[in-house]
Design a protein around this ligand. Structure first.
Ligand code: F6R
Length: 242
């Protein structure tokens, strides 16, 4: 399903309502969370549902998509910190309800294997929230990633490091070079996927994802193979759809 809304705020509300409904229907939901700017409106929507309508999140479990390699967990831009600040703390979750790949251990490759196993041990992700990179990446699965890939160490594309420099005082060189990311195959294992994107910088990637060939040139196009994907975008991100 592709749901096009006039503004980023309305796209986030629609996506937020979908996530809140999934939590209400399954108090033990395993929720996959993304970082970056795109899902923040979803997290705020759910926070309001918790505060104003008593949505119960005490039994859910969260798994983040990815983490930088070599950034201390208490660095303000580590995804450990970002997920804590945008999901764990505002939603009042206990830290043990929330999992993020361990990117700062001596052995990130093993951490990646352990993370894939931890998701399986939790029964798999029921609903995965994803954003999309301007180059079509999901998680940090850059163009060329295997569509069957599992959680592993990857090198970030220079465009992604440029895009994310805004979180590091504009300094691309401060953005780590490697990451641990759920694979495309790992993401496709989720019961359903909610994608959120807005702005013209995403329009080309959205068109390739929805209408292009399934190809590792646009990793998000692999979502065409999944039976339950809900794409929430604003008019600007929808601009290149036929
Ligand atoms: C984040 C992630 C990335 C982002 C994507 C879009 O955990 O895995 O794929 O979702 O880079 O980022 P924003 O939303 O900042 O444009």
């Amino acid at each position: 399903d592709v749901v096009i809304s006039p503004t980023p705020v309305s796209a986030a509300s629609q996506a937020g309502a979908k996530v809140a409904e999934a939590i209400a229907n399954n108090p033990r939901l395993v929720l996959g969370v993304a970082t970056g700017s795109s899902p923040l409106g979803i997290y705020e929507y759910v926070r309001r549902e918790i505060e104003e309508n008593g949505l119960d999140v005490s039994g859910i479990t969260c798994f983040a998509l990815d983490e930088y390699v070599g950034l201390p967990e208490d660095h303000p831009e580590s995804y450990h910190r970002v997920v804590a600040a945008t999901v764990t703390e505002p939603w009042g979750l206990k830290p043990e309800q929330v999992h993020v790949p361990a990117g700062n251990t001596g052995n990130p490759r093993q951490a990646a294997l352990d993370y894939d196993q931890a998701i399986k041990d939790a029964g798999g992700v029921d609903l995965q929230i994803v954003g999309i990179g301007g180059n079509g990446h999901i998680g940090f699965n850059e163009p060329g990633s295997s569509l069957g890939s599992r959680t592993r160490v990857k090198t970030l594309h220079p465009r992604t490091r440029e895009d994310n420099a805004r979180f590091f005082d504009g300094d691309m060189n401060a953005v780590p070079i490697h990451c641990v990311t759920q694979g495309i195959g790992t993401i496709l294992d989720a019961g359903s996927v909610v994608m959120i994107a807005s702005g013209e910088a995403k329009a080309d990637a959205i068109a390739k994802m929805v209408e292009g060939a399934v190809s590792s040139n646009c990793p998000a196009s692999a979502l065409q193979l999944h039976p339950h994907v809900f794409v929430y975008i604003d008019d600007a991100a929808a601009a290149d759809l036929q």
